[in-house]
Each structure stands twice: as structure tokens, then as C-alpha cells.
Design a protein around this ligand. Structure first.
Ligand SMILES: O=C(O)c1cc(=O)[nH]c(=O)n1[C@@H]1O[C@H](COP(=O)(O)O)[C@@H](O)[C@H]1O
Length: 233
């Protein structure tokens, strides 16, 4: 099932059963789901079949970062499982991203391909520690433009950078933003956070939401509260 909702719920669980339990409480007409490293490493492709079978579109978030041939092969493998979106780290560089794009095109695969700029858990001082002296916003812009020029459909960025990336890369370029904290939720380990409504106003095209929905007593009620924030309610 295809949905017009910008919401992507992160199924960050340690077991297939726990992930499917949550999926069964959500509605594929009102959100997409994200499968990340922990769940996929434990369950393998079985989780993708199970979620597709329930009608969900899936963002497979494995953030590949390796030599170009290895990443191109991994992206092909992901796309052949029928996922809606996959990602790489933009810091893997132009040749890596171009190889991934080329492989999808050669195989006629339509999975959306995006690149992570700077993780939303990072701040300027974290970048300095890994040898990047540029201000965080500048580093995000640099990686987003490199991603666009290397054929990516969009980027993962925080909502704080979305409006600038709208100007630089255009509206069509996807801005997938984690670090969404509805007015009722805690920031936790996230550093660059915004509410869903603020993020969409800033130019985010898709919003990744994990714990504010998955740890809510009533996940669909939490999702409905976010929808209501989005529609100005
Ligand atoms: O690629 C991602 O999805 C991602 C990139 C990023 O910069 N920051 C980030 O938090 N994420 C993911 O977004 C989700 C956020 O979950 P919550 O913090 O629980 O809402 C997690 O699954 C993270 O792995």
C-alpha cells in the first residue's frame, strides 16, 4: 500500500516478534515503517517480507558506508527485496554514491536512494573530534550538495537544516528528518530536535519518528496526536 503520509515510524526492536507486534498496532495507510541495523541484523530479510505482507512500505535504514562495489551490491540486494527506500552515508563519497545509483538504474530498480549527512545525535564538538573543523551546518550543506550531484534522491538531515537544503537542493530533493519530538515527548539522546509541524514548515518531506510512538502506551493515539500537530490542530 502506498501512503501520502510523511510519517515513517522507526521499528527499533531487538526481535522480529516485538517489531511485528508494534506493526500490528499501526496502519499502513497512515505511516511507513523503518527497519534499522539491530532488527535487520537479528531477523534478516524475513522482517521485510512480514511487513510487506501487512501492506507497509519499508525504509531499510542500514546506512551503508564502504568501497563503491560493496555498497552497490548491498543496495541492489536491498532494492531486490522490494523496499521503498534505502540509504548510505554521504561521507562515503561521490564514487560510492554514484556506484549505488548506477547499479539501481542498470537493474531497473526504483527504490529511493538517500544519503545521511550528519547524524542528528551529533553536535559541532563531535565533528571536531573526528577531524571536521567546519561548522556543522556547513558540513551538512557540503554533504547534501555532494549527495545531490552524485544522483541521490535526497538526504537524511535534521529539521534544523531542512530549510537551507530546500534553497540549495530544491523542493523535490527529499529531506528525511529524524529527531522529531512532538510537544508531548522527551529529546532523549537526540540533539537536533523539532516538532513534526515545525519540521514540515522548515521543508522536511518525511519525518522519522521512533520512541515517541513506539514507546507510547497507545501508539496509534500518539501517531494521531502527531497528525493533529501536522494539520495545525
Ligand atoms: O537514518 C536515520 O534514520 C537516522 C539518522 C540520524 O541522523 N538520526 C537518527 O536518529 N536516525 C534514526 O532515526 C530514529 C530516531 O528514533 P527516535 O529518536 O526514537 O525518534 C532511529 O531509528 C535512528 O536510527
Amino acid at each position: 500500500m502506498s501512503t501520502a503520509s510523511p510519517l515513517i515510524i522507526a521499528l527499533d526492536y531487538a526481535s522480529l516478534d516485538a517489531a511485528l507486534c508494534m506493526a500490528d498496532r499501526l496502519d499502513p495507510a497512515r505511516c511507513r515503517l523503518k527497519v534499522g541495523k539491530e532488527l535487520f541484523t537479528r531477523s534478516g530479510p524475513e522482517v521485510l517480507d512480514a511487513l510487506h505482507g501487512r501492506g507497509f512500505e519499508v525504509f531499510l535504514d542500514l546506512k551503508f558506508h564502504d568501497i563503491p562495489t560493496t555498497v552497490a551490491g548491498a543496495i541492489q540486494a536491498a532494492a531486490e527485496q522490494g523496499v521503498w527506500m534505502v540509504n548510505v552515508h554521504a561521507s562515503g563519497g561521490r564514487r560510492m554514491m554514484e556506484a549505488a545509483r548506477e547499479r539501481l538504474e542498470r537493474q531497473g530498480l526504483e527504490t529511493r536512494l538517500i544519503a545521511v549527512t550528519v547524524l542528528t545525535s551529533m553536535q559541532g564538538e563531535d565533528l571536531v573530534e573526528v577531524g571536521i573543523e567546519a561548522p556543522l551546518a556547513e558540513q551538512v550543506e557540503r554533504l547534501a550538495m555532494l549527495a545531490r550531484d552524485s544522483g541521490m534522491d535526497g538526504v537524511v538531515c535534521s529539521a534544523h537544516e531542512a530549510s537551507r537544503l530546500d534553497e540549495l537542493c530544491g523542493k523535490e530533493f527529499l529531506k528525511v528528518t529524524p529527531g522529531i519530538r512532538p510537544s508531548f515527548a522527551m529529546a532523549g539522546d537526540q540533539r537536533r530536535v523539532m516538532t513534526a509541524a515545525q519540521a514540515v514548515t522548515a521543508g522536511s518531506t518525511h519525518l522519522v519518528v521512533g520512541r515517541p510512538v513506539t514507546q507510547a502506551e497507545e501508539p496509534m493515539a500518539a501517531l494521531a496526536a502527531i497528525e493533529s500537530e501536522l494539520s495545525g490542530g
